[in-house]
Design a protein around this ligand. Structure first.
Ligand code: ASP
Length: 466
């Protein structure tokens, strides 16, 4: 393992060091040749001689040399190593690089996305993308530390599971052991996290991968995304909102110090108020939308529990019911509105809270139903047949063995970071995203299965034009 990163070279003035990395640039003055050597942490200038003649950019090299302080007039304040340079004593070319198919010394927005995804391992070499991955890693680490200190525990839930009907289309995975049957990839760990509350875990979180077969948009990756999934027992909406506020306020302060949260405490606006005033449930409350440092967080609350069901709702088999859940079918009605479930369901308010940042919905959650009778009523209203309700028998049974009142939230990591950094797409925050056509980065997927694989699964396919 190498023990010296480029950013730390200035700590070794007048020492002999060994530098491992890529050649970012080469400036050939015949007898003297300059290289900039890059690693994940930055670049540093190397001064060498004709032994560098065969080196080309993006070669992987090992340089030995002495760290020298630069004369005052040659200091480059733009790079972290600008006060020093390395006087080369030796060079070893570890691996030659062919000319790159895409430039990596720009911010990359100008390059066609398909080319960037095909060569994602090169695209990620650019400083902006490396920075995004570093910030994402720091964000996850911050969240884990923050919640662990508050007595949360991280629990993993299955990826091969049964559908969690949250309003999107499922990805199905054929079962080999039970031919003709399918697992579904989780749209979120919603049911599992509620079952963990029945299990007495009380404070759960997970950096959870969620899978939804929805059409891509700029604020939504195709296929999969990552959520910070949180669930707590014995809580109110107030508790959930203040925990979230506390978490992200301290995270911004520590990891994104040049960003300014424009209003604290974060405004809480009722759904009806926000629709009347802004015509959307995710208002952009920034005072100046040209200011990249401004972060306007807000909450939208008091959503109606139901919306009119549309053809695109996947909650139901029949498509004939009038109501669809605004959030999902486990969201509890406002306690004052429970009787309206019988008389006027569209007037019932749900205990739902959406987290908004700069006009993007970056998270949503709710207090859950923990009373089987109310849950059954909601199933009825959204048009579940008795057979469909049987699919949730495990939830209702679990609730019969002593269930704490519970609730939670799930901020989307990709989308939160997109809004926070002002990136134009969530795909700028994901190492290997799928393209808008659903093609996975670098590898040529999806692809056909072999006849042997299909036979083992008991599946026959038909030829279609894609
Ligand atoms: N499971 C929900 C979602 O993915 C979040 C929640 O209700 O906690 O939107």
């Amino acid at each position: 393992m190498k023990d010296l990163f480029v950013k730390d070279t200035p700590l070794h003035i007048d020492n002999e060091i060994e530098l491992l990395g890529w050649v970012e640039t080469k400036r050939d003055h015949k007898k003297i040749i300059f290289l900039d050597i890059r690693d994940r942490t930055g670049i540093v200038q190397v001064v060498g001689d004709t032994r560098l003649a065969d080196v080309s950019t993006e070669d992987v090299v090992k340089i030995t040399g002495k760290v020298k302080k630069r004369p005052e007039r040659l200091i480059n304040p733009k790079i972290v190593t600008g006060e020093i340079e390395i006087e080369m004593t030796n060079i070893e070319i570890i691996s030659k690089a062919a000319p790159l198919p895409i430039p990596i010394d720009t911010d990359g927005y100008e390059i066609d996305e398909e080319a960037r995804f095909k060569y994602r391992y090169l695209d990620l070499r650019r400083a902006r993308m490396t920075r995004n991955l570093v910030l994402r890693s720091q964000t996850l680490m911050f969240i884990r530390n923050f919640l662990t200190k508050k007595s949360f525990i991280e629990v993993e839930t299955p990826i091969l599971t049964k559908t969690t009907p949250e309003g999107a289309r499922d990805f199905l995975v054929p079962s080999r052991l039970k031919k003709g049957q399918f697992y579904a990839l989780p749209q979120s760990p919603q049911q599992y996290k509620q079952l963990l509350m029945v299990a007495g875990i009380e404070r759960y979180f997970q950096i959870a991968r969620c899978f939804r077969d929805e059409d891509p948009r700029k604020d939504r990756a195709y296929g999969e995304f990552t959520q910070l999934d949180i669930e707590m027992s014995f809580v109110t909406q107030e508790d959930i909102m203040s925990l979230t506020e506390d978490l992200f306020t301290s995270m911004v302060k520590e990891l994104f110090p040049d960003k300014k949260i424009s209003q604290t405490p974060w405004p809480r606006l009722s759904h009806s108020e926000v629709m009347k005033k802004y015509g959307t449930d995710k208002p952009d409350l920034r005072k100046d939308t040209n200011d990249p440092s401004e972060l306007a967080f807000s909450w939208t609350i008091d959503f109606p529990l139901f919306t009119e069901q549309s053809d695109e709702d996947f909650y139901h088999g029949s498509g004939k019911a009038k109501f669809a859940p605004s959030h999902h079918m486990f969201t509890a009605p406002h306690p004052d509105d429970v009787t309206l479930l019988e008389t006027d369901p569209m007037k019932v308010r749900g205990q739902q809270h959406d987290l908004i940042l700069n006009g993007f919905e970056v998270g949503g959650g709710s207090i859950r139903i923990h009373d089987s009778k109310i849950q059954t009523k909601v199933f009825d209203l959204i048009g579940f047949s008795k057979d469909q309700q049987k699919q949730f028998a495990h939830m209702l049974e679990a609730f019969s063995y002593g269930v704490p009142p519970h609730g939670g939230i799930a901020p989307g990591i990709d989308r939160l970071l997109m809004a926070l950094l002002g990136e134009p797409s969530v795909r700028e925050l994901i190492a290997f995203p799928a393209s808008s056509g659903g093609k996975i980065a670098v590898m040529d997927g999806p692809s056909k299965a072999t006849d042997e694989q299909l036979a083992e699964l008991g599946i026959r396919t038909i030829e279609v034009d894609n």
